[in-house]
Design a protein around this ligand. Sequence first.
Ligand code: B12
Length: 331
Amino acid sequence: MQVSRAAVAPGLTVAAVARRLGVAPATLRTWDRRYGLGPSGHEPGAHRRYSAQDLVRLEHMRRLVIAGVPPVDAARDALTAVLEVERLASVTALMTRPTTRPVAPDAASAALDESSGRPGGGQVIALPGASAASRGLARAALALDGPTCSAIIDESNEARGVIATWNDLLVPVLAGVGERWRSSGRGIEIEHTLTGAVVSSLSEVIRRLKHPLNARAVILAAADREQHSLPLWAVAAGLAERRIAVRLLNEPMPAASLVQAVQRIGPAAVLVWSQTRSTGEVSAVASLPQFRPTPTVLVGGPGWGEGLPPGVEPVFSLTDAVERIARAVGE
Ligand code: B12
């Protein structure tokens, strides 16, 4: 569709578009030169001004490139896509808003910068052997682009299910981001972006479960002082796909509160996650198998050491956890 130029005049400069999209001005010039994604109404001698329609196209291009689509294909799509009226309206509103600080211009430019000839611009998350989707997700996380991260995860959940999404798309990126932090001490903001997107996408799967099959409850809990909880979200979503509902206690759970929760709810299964050695306290789970009716008590994560108490069993993967819990509730 076309938009009246008068409605959006005078349009945005290269610098303003670059700030709004979080890409380098040089990248915009490259996209213009190589793919014809420049200001559509540009007249010789006049200043270059981007219209709302141009901005929607560029935003589309940026999303595709971050998602791992080769720029030449992304540009073809951006030039031929039919632009939605609502999108155009919201971008037109964006253009009239006072300029705000860009979202992580450095990271976004680094992720998208073609002009340097160096994808990633030196700011990369190492993902040896990872899929194109994982690389796209890492780029979006590096650009602190939560909505694009969620869109990539949602798409994979839809197409391949939660377990494959977790194992093949998410684990490599989480490990890569963690490794980047370990080796450089940098990137907590990337971990937070990714965490938000993972939780939002997995919540969506969990929310869709309307009529669970399990009569008895399942409790998934983070260990005491444990802030890592993403694997619990993955288990909850994996079980939701099997129509099994859970009580998810994803914040650090003091040992006494966990005991009270199990006593009160009487679950068929309990899974406690510990990511780090400092939180894998076996005494916190020792009394759980003694409640009646006896729950299946499972612990998962690298935080648990040797010597688990009687009646407490380790699980080693998402598939393992989902299968064991499904069996415990009789599904
Ligand atoms: C996201 C993240 C965070 C987020 C957590 C948000 C949330 N709500 O979960 C935030 C930013 C809060 C955070 C904080 C911290 N984090 Co952190 N974090 C991570 C990161 C990137 C992913 C965590 C995750 O979900 N892992 C799950 C999967 C991806 O990884 P995995 O457990 O290694 O997977 C193995 C097994 O568990 C199994 N597996 C995989 N999936 C599943 C699923 C199930 C159900 C089962 C049973 C098994 C299983 O297979 C894998 C191969 O063996 C990791 C990196 C990493 N490699 O894990 C660091 C990491 C865990 N964090 C780390 C650290 C040090 C911290 C902090 C102490 C410091 C910091 N970086 O800020 C703080 C404080 C944490 C605390 N007190 O609890 C270290 C831990 C080092 C250690 N061994 O003790 C890691 C490993 C980063 C690193 N490489 O150094 N973190």
